[in-house]
Design a protein around this ligand. Structure first.
Ligand code: LHQ
Length: 262
């Protein structure tokens, strides 16, 4: 696959693996890294042979958020609003809009916009040594990159407020108890476990998984009646896929389904 300046990329077994690759900076985000991630997410949306995405970090960090040594962001007159509108917002939106499962394998510290990246995935596995920290308040900012949206929904408003205001570190074990992540793994087991799940999901009924993601996204924002109607509309689409027919046929024929993503 094409070379990337800030990422390692692998495409095999219908899984696109994106590894943030600035380990000496704990994979802090630069403009280039954001652009490369967005480009890959676009490709993942168009390429039928990509049926799940796995995102992780090289070295001992997952992602330390905005690269604070990039002074262009802090020059007087720089609008952080346009920095976010052009940089992180489309990246986080693209992760939520991609109708394929995204697993984040959090191998170390996840801070600031790096926490946003971790939370924008659908399913999160973390190494025992991973830690979560808001970061923003530590440099006099408030949460961006979707963190103010994801955090209270995942762990509740009180815990979200404490994390956001104090900048205290949250361990992987605590994060699992709170529902911030799905599973804690010994460090050496993290990638194999996350990859096993990604490969398993990549072999699933991709369209139905994508529509499920669309419904789960929408359910965060709407009332039950609207949610029921929205589910009915999306199920109509799922009901017209080849994978649905295959799923029912396999059940009747008492065999494992062979999903193709069609
Ligand atoms: C870094 C970084 C980093 C550059 C570690 N940048 N080099 C922000 C601004 C503007 C607009 C919009 O949005 C945002 C969003 C955000 O992301 S705000 C949050 C920004 N991130 C942070 O505030 C985190 C800063 N980093 C830290 O607090 C610590 O490095 C953590 C707690 C992540 C890890 O601590 P340690 O494990 O003790 O590692 P370390 O501090 O020694 O870092 C290792 C190296 O990585 C070190 O470089 P060096 O050359 O000295 O070995 C750090 O300078 C570098 N690094 N984070 N964000």
């Amino acid at each position: 696959m094409t070379d990337y300046e800030t990422l390692l990329v692998d495409h095999s077994d219908n899984v696109l693996t994106i590894t943030l690759n600035r380990p000496d900076k704990l994979n802090a985000l630069t403009h280039k890294m954001g652009a490369e991630i967005k480009g890959l997410l676009k490709k993942a949306g168009r390429d039928d042979s990509i049926r799940a995405v796995l995102m992780t970090g090289a070295g001992r960090g997952f992602c330390a958020g905005q690269d604070l040594s990039d002074m262009s962001v802090f020059e007087p007159g720089t609008s952080l609003r346009s920095h976010l509108q052009q940089g992180y917002n489309p990246m986080i939106s693209a992760m939520r809009a991609l109708e394929k499962p995204i697993i984040t394998a959090i191998n170390g510290v996840a801070v600031g916009a790096g926490l946003g990246l971790a939370l924008a995935g659908d399913i999160r596995y973390a190494a025992e040594n991973a830690v979560f920290r808001i970061g923003f308040i530590g440099i006099g900012l408030m949460p961006d990159s979707g963190v103010s949206f994801f955090l209270p929904r995942l762990i509740g408003p009180a815990r979200a407020a404490a994390m956001t205001f104090t900048n205290d570190e949250v361990s992987a074990t605590q994060a699992e108890q709170w529902g911030l992540i799905n599973q804690v793994c010994p460090p050496d087991d993290l990638l194999p476990a996350a990859r096993e799940l990604a490969v398993r999901l990549a072999g699933g009924p991709t369209k139905a998984i994508g529509l499920s993601k669309r419904a789960l996204n929408r359910a965060q924002l709407i009332d039950i009646d609207t949610a029921l109607e929205y589910e009915a509309q999306l199920q109509d689409i799922a009901g017209r896929t080849g994978d649905f027919r295959e799923g029912v046929l396999a059940f009747i024929e008492k065999r494992a389904p062979q999903y193709t993503g069609s």
